[in-house]
Design a protein around this ligand. Sequence first.
Ligand code: ARG
Length: 415
Amino acid sequence: MTSVALAFSGGLDTTVCVPILKEEYGYDEVIGVNVDVGQPTEEFDEAEETAEALGLDLHVVDAKDEFAELCFDAVKTNATYQGYPLGTALARPVIAEAILAVAEEQGCDAIAHGCTGKGNDQLRFEAVWRGSDLEVIAPVRELGLTRQWEIDYAAEKDLPVEAGDGGVWSIDENIWSRAVEGGKLENPNYEPPEEIYEWTAEPEGETTIEVTFEAGVPVAVDGEEMDPVPLIQHLNEHAGSYGVGRTDVMEDRMLGLKVRENYEHPAATVLLTAHQALEDLVLTKNERSFKKGIEQEWAEKAYQGLVFAPVVDALNAFVDETQAAVTGSATVKVSGGNCRVVARDSEYAVYSEEMASFNTEDVAGIAQEDATGVAKYHGLQERLANEVHAGVSKPELATDGSGMDETSETDDTRE
Ligand code: ARG
């Protein structure tokens, strides 16, 4: 008997995959796996009902704690991709690993997902799965299925799934972010209606929120210690009620397509803002500037679903080295949908009020007049260069394009 493990959410794509894997791919048995990274409970209820109606054996795996840990790695790294805090991107490898573990434990021969051939998720899943001996199947992509075809097929087979609209928007939700795309939002010039938002209220009112960190990891909110998952959930609700954490981005997907995405992520916004503020206080200028490059690289890899790559371990090692001193707190003000830092405090601040103050003199044996020598040298090379260049005649820029023709003529003659 042959069997295949399917990433199963109970939505249209994964529901049609169940009969297709048997009829088109010839598997005797399909096992559904639904991984909990903080989707709304209704989604699990829906998946369970659909599985039952399909006679599908459904395994549910709780990966919220593991996922939250990865989200906190992203906080330590100040990671965002084109303004997006990477919720879906970070969740996919965690989901893929959990499904693979079930597939192996159940002795499956193959593993399947319902992703299309246009998005990032197919790549993120398969980057994990293709390291196993299991056959990887992507029915929607391989058979070129369209949404309309799936709707007709589901109706014809009488599949227990909302045949039809299935909602106006395509939504992907976990504890770190809620992504909304599709429908009229596909027109980048269309302003999102208030109805697309579920986590964030219309921005009004203001409050302050203090986040405490230990070695870069958020441990308390407004003085109350919390575990990672409840801390994130609390901030999503609390900051979300002030309208914080909405982004509307033109996102460059891995396959080169530019897509319009709308996101909600109140907790991510508060934690990233507060963490950055605390780092600004405790890291040296050199650490801060070098870390920027590390952060960019980490975010790119995370977007690609490659957080398990050796290079990410190496980047994490650098980040962790810098985080030892990122202990303390930062307070943000959430107001009118914005989130900005208003206070920060750490016993490891690389800051001396005495040295920086305008009101003190001669600290650490340094007097104001000691800067005179530095001021004399500062810009020395630039001043000299400008003087020398004043005598240099610069090539004239062609204004009518004749210059360019001349160049190509010369090139032609040379060839
Ligand atoms: N574009 C984002 C990503 O690739 C999120 C995709 C979310 N999916 C959705 N159905 N809205 O990470």
